[in-house]
Design a binder for this molecule. Structure first.
Ligand SMILES: Cc1ncc(COP(=O)(O)O)c(C=O)c1O
Length: 342
């Protein structure tokens, strides 16, 4: 057995069947909207998400940033959770690309309370303050160990957004995982939001791409902006075919990834010098702490034994299960951790 790569769920390689779908994809020039496979993917995804329209974009970051761009004007403000991807890992793009600022607030397991969000909304009469325009949430939440946001809390935040005439954006990079784990359909989740961004290249196993979905006018606006950001792809059907294959074949199987994560979490829980909050592992992301050595050292030692982990927070390690890691490899990963930390 070779290297066991649990650094991310983005490390998967397209399967034989996915590659066949890519190879045989009908293509055209998507800048002219003439790529039949891209068009099919967009229609399929819009349907799945219960939205009027969808757009194929290069990445999750592009998806989130396009959505923020079309929902705001320069000098607007977006409320987000402090450990969210949009705030921490998107290179300061809200400021650079849209001229907006983020207002990060504390969450519990990635979930913001409605009272904290209300407190962060700027009074409209205060002309010297930025204008609050959007509330955004992340589901599942990457830095909160793949936590699923509860529908009750989403409903509360939606009411706050409506009461204050704010837009509501979902970073649903892993909305598929949330849906499979909770049994709530992706269209039900998406129904609360003005814009949704979802990744095809994480647990679903496509090599490239994300989808944004919204009403027709908003997607039309995003189509223009995507081109101006250099995101107009030509015969992109080759990539869209992989996304289409992923949506049709790889959603339900995410439950296997969740099982693997649970199994590994239980193993980690039994190892003396590792600490994990077992109840936090609901999908495919594990965060756990080494108790006897630093995280950097832990990553190095694991790598020497053929197990790739990444940094979760300053004090925690991160492991993700995915399509390209078998149950057998998960057992082996557990044994490697036991050797190092047991
Ligand atoms: C929650 C979340 N949103 C957005 C992204 C960005 O996706 P991409 O790497 O495709 O730009 C990621 C990537 O890890 C993510 O975890």
């Amino acid at each position: 057995m070779g290297i066991i790569n649990l650094r991310s769920d983005t490390v998967t390689k397209p399967s034989e069947e996915m590659r066949k779908a890519m190879y045989s994809a009908e293509v055209g020039d998507d800048v002219y909207r003439e790529d039949p496979t891209v068009n099919e993917l967009q229609e399929y995804a819009a349907n799945l998400l219960g939205k009027e329209a969808a757009l194929f974009v290069t990445s999750g970051v592009m998806g989130n940033q396009l959505c923020l761009k079309v929902l705001t004007q320069p000098a607007d403000e977006v409320i987000c959770e402090k450990s969210s991807h949009i705030f921490n890992y998107e290179s300061g793009s809200p400021a650079a690309l849209s001229g907006i600022q983020l207002f990060p607030i504390d969450g519990i397991n990635g979930e913001m309370s409605d009272t904290d969000v209300i407190a962060a909304i700027r009074p409209t009469a205060a002309y010297y303050m930025p204008r609050t325009k959007v509330i955004t949430i992340e589901n599942t939440h990457n830095r909160a160990s793949g936590a699923i946001q509860s529908i009750e809390q989403i409903e509360k935040l939606k009411k706050v957004a409506d009461d204050h005439k704010l837009k509501f954006h979902l970073d649903g990079a892993r909305i598929w995982n949330a849906s499979v784990a909770s049994g709530i359909s992706v269209s039900k989740y998406a129904s609360y939001f003005d814009t949704v961004s979802c990744c095809l290249s994480k647990g679903l196993g496509a090599p490239v791409g994300s989808i944004i979905a919204s009403d027709k006018a908003t997607i039309e606006h995003a189509f223009r902006i995507r081109k101006s950001w250099g995101g107009g792809m030509r015969q992109a059907g080759v990539l869209a075919a992989a996304g289409l294959y992923a949506l049709k074949n790889n959603i339900d199987r995410l439950s296997e990834d969740h099982e693997k994560a649970k199994h590994l979490a239980e193993k980690i829980n039994s190892i003396k010098n590792l600490k994990i909050n077992l109840s936090s592992v609901k999908t495919n992301i594990l965060l756990f702490e080494p108790l006897n050595i630093s995280v950097e050292e832990a990553i190095k030692k694991s790598k020497e034994k053929g197990l790739l982990l990444s940094l979760g927070t300053a004090t925690s390690l991160r492991a993700l299960t995915h399509l390209d890691v078998s149950f057998e490899e998960i057992l082996l990963a557990g044994n490697i951790l036991e050797e190092i930390f047991g």
